[in-house]
Design a protein around this ligand. Structure first.
Ligand SMILES: Cc1ncc(COP(=O)(O)O)c(C=O)c1O
Length: 462
């Protein structure tokens, strides 16, 4: 599912884009016949034939059979180099033996007690070291992490409003399913955007408790905080936006956000579900050097197992410890997940691993940029740590409204088809990015660049 349609068209001839898209779509259908069969079976028992709507894509999802290292194989037996990496979860590489051994050992000792085990202590200790916040709790997903953080912000401040960034996705609970991917004609004024529910099922009174602001604009944030003085519990934000391609913070922006939150006694929550274990050892918090009051983690921290974590200050830890705010869940700190987290955090994703991943990413970004320059594509590259993307906009984007009005969605879709047809497994849709793992070597990077070059070359008619 493309979460949003962008409203921009680059100077590239639409007829050519449409012709190439039709050709590549036909090729995609031809080499995924077993996925088509799976899709028919799956649709009978799962809405849309998928377990989560973010796995939908046209004409059907590619059903995966197995993965090893940097590679995955689909149910037709086709091999791909995996740059999707499970929406940025698999930085450890598929079927990582260190994680496998830890999980198997834990399995043989029992997998669930709903009582704390040593794995949760060691994992929490590692998160303290990485991110600098002193207290941690566990959850089962990114959604649960951001949900717990918002409960805690509201409970600790006794205030109701939450500020979030327009065009960001922070999980699928009511407080943040607002202004995720609003359409152009819904946006309202930039200095006070309309809160737009992402889909149906959210009471309007709840939607209105969430106040969107544009990314990278501390002045509008300041005015918003003044307008709602004494009513805002927390600001939840990705320190670098990662769900509309990648948008890094402008110099000084996060520092100013921190000052403003402190001044207005608003809890600053970094949603590091994507950035956390991928863009450096200590995530965006370490990379950008700004300390929030809470950090939400999930995805890559558990090496392919479903877990999340919430980091907090000592004061907020007290609010949780005293049970004023209930942070709870049967599977929180599940021993199997904690075994995976401990192995991931302490043995696989070491500081050296991040160096290796970032070097591979720098090479990939540079080589894609070289192709862009050589073929004169209306695009540029952006990357951080394990994450990168080609953004199909003629100039840099700084916030959602830029994304909507400058990114050529048809070109992004066409690039995705070229990748999928040239043995590169990539996230569907316009808004995502690639994620590298420790298993990605130069040969894998070269395969990505070759697929991208095939796209660029056909597009330029050479
Ligand atoms: C920034 C961000 N926050 C929260 C979430 C929600 O995480 P989950 O899908 O594990 O619930 C996501 C998922 O993509 C995300 O990208």
């Amino acid at each position: 599912m493309a979460r949003t349609e962008t409203a921009a068209e680059s100077a590239i001839d639409r007829k050519l884009i449409n012709k190439l898209t039709e050709e590549q779509m036909a090729r995609f259908r031809e080499h995924t016949p077993t996925s088509a069969e799976y899709f028919d079976r799956a649709r009978k028992v799962m809405p849309g034939g998928v377990p989560s709507s973010f796995q939908l894509n046209d004409p059907w999802p590619v059903y995966i059979d197995r993965g090893k290292g940097a590679l995955v194989w689909d149910v037709d037996g086709s091999e791909y180099v995996d740059f999707h990496n499970g929406f940025g979860v698999m930085c450890v590489g598929h079927a990582n033996p260190v994680i496998g051994e830890a999980v198997k050992a834990r399995h043989d000792e029992g997998t669930h007690f709903a009582a704390p085990t040593n794995g949760s202590i060691v994992s929490a200790q590692n998160l303290v070291e990485r991110f600098g916040l002193p207290q941690w709790r566990f959850s089962n997903s990114g959604t649960e992490s951001t949900l717990s953080a918002i409960h805690l912000a509201r409970g600790a401040t006794e205030r109701d409003l939450v500020i979030k960034i327009e065009g960001s996705y922070d999980g699928h609970h009511d407080a943040v399913m607002v202004s995720c991917y609003p359409e152009l004609d819904e946006l309202g004024p930039r200095e006070s955007p309309n809160p737009i529910p992402f889909g149906h099922g959210y009471p309007q009174t709840v939607v209105e408790l969430t106040v969107p602001v544009p990314f990278n604009d501390a002045e509008i944030l300041e005015a918003t905080l003044k307008r709602h003085e004494g009513k805002v519990a927390g600001l939840i934000m990705e320190p670098a936006m990662m769900n509309i391609n990648i948008i890094p913070p402008k110099d000084g922006y996060l520092e100013r956000v921190r000052e403003l939150c402190t001044e207005h006694e608003v809890m600053l929550i970094f949603d590091e579900v994507k950035t956390g274990a991928t863009i450096s050892y200590g995530g965006a918090t370490q990379r950008f050097g700004v300390q929030p009051d809470m950090i939400c983690l999930a995805k890559a921290i558990c090496g392919g197992y479903p877990g999340g974590a919430i980091g907090m200050t000592a004061e907020l830890g007290e609010v949780v410890a005293s049970d004023k705010v209930h942070q709870i869940g049967t599977f929180n700190g599940n021993p199997l997940v904690m075994a995976a987290a401990e192995a991931t955090l302490t043995r696989v994703l070491t500081p050296e691993a991040y160096e290796k991943i970032e070097a591979a990413n720098d090479a990939l970004l540079a080589r894609c940029q070289e192709v862009i320059d050589r073929y004169g594509l209306p695009a540029y590259t952006q990357g951080l740590g394990a994450k990168g993307c080609v953004i199909f906009a003629p100039e840099p984007i700084y916030e959602y409204r830029d994304y909507l009005t400058k990114v050529d969605g048809d070109l992004s879709t066409l690039a995705w088809l070229y990748h999928m047809n040239h043995g590169i497994f990539m996230t569907p849709g316009v808004e995502e990015e690639w994620t590298l793992s420790i298993a990605h070597e130069q040969e894998h990077i070269a395969r990505y660049v070759a697929a991208f070059e095939a796209f660029a070359s056909d597009l330029s008619g050479s």
